[in-house]
Ligand binder design. Sequence first.
Ligand SMILES: [Zn+2]
Length: 211
Amino acid sequence: MSVNHRRVEEPFLVAQGRRNGSHRRIDHDAVERAAADLLRALGADVDAEALEETPRRVADAYAELLTPQPFRATTFPNADGYDELIVARAIPFHSVCMHHLLPFHGVAHVGYLPGERIIGLSKLGRVVEYFSRDLQIQERLTTQIAGWLQQQLEPTGVGVVLEAEHLCMSLRGVQKLGAKTVTSALRGVVRDDARTRQEFLALTTRTTHDQ
Ligand SMILES: [Zn+2]
């Protein structure tokens, strides 16, 4: 495989902006008022001492869960022409289900087959975290991570598998506690080449049984 050692003028890419939308602005005071209203509507005595700080805590918690940390996605030339799968397995993540405002959490397996650029392994975790800090559905989170890698690295292939437990399901008796929802987004040769796809899926499904 021949590698074009092109010089990149801007080695730092800062993840910012969300596809289909602007950054959410969180109105902390309004969230506190809404949380107090919700408690009242739920029949709670918001003047009780134990609940005094709850609206603020709720606002703090959601602000943290929904605010992504920007990061510098440094990429490097694939100087050695590495052309095997690079996979980061079982990256822990948590997010917030946009249908119930309850958390879902699990692990992400993120891999790519490099083209001319590679990215530090730890950055794959940062990408997952970045898109997790949003009101999400698991399918969208999966495709956003794959789309970002595709766009930033222009790799030969990308594979993303997410396994997550949704509290909105497991706490309400629809599913058993611990039941996992699995989603995947495969691009390029990871989707189209049977052997590569098999290799990627073998690498990622292993954790399901190991853990
Ligand atoms: Zn839900």
